[in-house]
Design a protein around this ligand. Sequence first.
Ligand SMILES: Cc1ncc(COP(=O)(O)O)c(C=O)c1O
Length: 383
Amino acid sequence: MKYDFDEIIDRTCTSSLKWGKYENTDIIPMWVADMDFKAPPAILDTLQQSIEHGILGYTVIPDKLNKIVAAKLDTFHGWEIEEEWILWVPGVVCALNIACATFGDPHDKIVTTTPVYPPFLTAPANCGKLLATVPMIDINQRTTLDFDALEKEFKENTGLFMFCSPYNPCGTVFTKKELNRIVELCAAYDVVICSDEIHSDFVLDEDKHHIPTASVSQTAARQTITLMAPSKTYNIPGLGCSFAVIPDEGLRNKFKSRLHGLIPDVNLLGLFAAKAAYKECDEWLSQLITYLKKNRDIVQYRVNKMPGCKLNPIESTYLAWIDIKGTGLKDPVRFFEQAGVGLSDGSFFGQKGFIRLNFGCPRSVLEEGLKRMEMALKNHFSP
Ligand SMILES: Cc1ncc(COP(=O)(O)O)c(C=O)c1O
């Protein structure tokens, strides 16, 4: 491999959200979705050039950036878009909140599925709207949408469906059939779809592909706003650079007018990093995916051998959604912290009895984390 994903980079004392939580402890942070790999050299080079230039002024969208994004979406996902459909925003979460505030009547509710990335659960209340949640269902060890339950909700005053594809935290890569079905349902009840596709570059199975929701049909394009970013993929989440793709002019204008005066433009470093990411980092990304696949296989094998733990096959993302109900642990996060591993608590995602483990880290760190979990569970079951 040309890039060294095994390299251990000390992130203590760097004001890192992930590492700061456990500063001065022997707990390995494996929680928030932030990887422990250095960003690709092409991104670091462009950032260095901006810093050396020395003036960090107000910035417009760099020349050809939208063209580069459009080409990337076409090459990677077979999605042909127009450059003017792209709107840059400083975060997917911010765009998600803007979508909640913009679409549907004030008394309409917003629907999402659980478990889900926590900001989905708080965004509706931020703009004074009601949230309805529909649990995901497991079919043959694969977590997917419960279309009948969703239809019931859509029937009753729903303005927006917040969808996550691929799915954080369960790792599902949705099929064209599933996407068509959700689009048809939303169209039937006039529900706008906000499709958060920030994890779209992390498909880990050879036989699966990410399909943008908006790309499945003309109806889908009219009904959907898609949120994407280079942040997860190239490990630059701290740069605050994301974008929405909105083919429908009406939806796009509504969304755009909500941004004015409230949401700042994306900063210079984020925009230049995005340009380098989409133009020059394909090889880095392909090697990252190879590395993450191996990490995924290790997690899949070892977690399923841990007493009381179950893990469905992870199709995508670098996150493992582990069912720990069989352990009988009352406070699993505290239990694993005491064993030296910092994980995310399922209840924040709307599903108790689960923990989420981030395996986007050097293999030796992952193996140490898994070893600590195995030891702790062994002692728990046979003290
Ligand atoms: C599904 C999903 N959406 C959005 C985000 C965060 O996006 P941003 O940092 O652009 O707000 C995350 C981060 O973990 C995520 O998993």
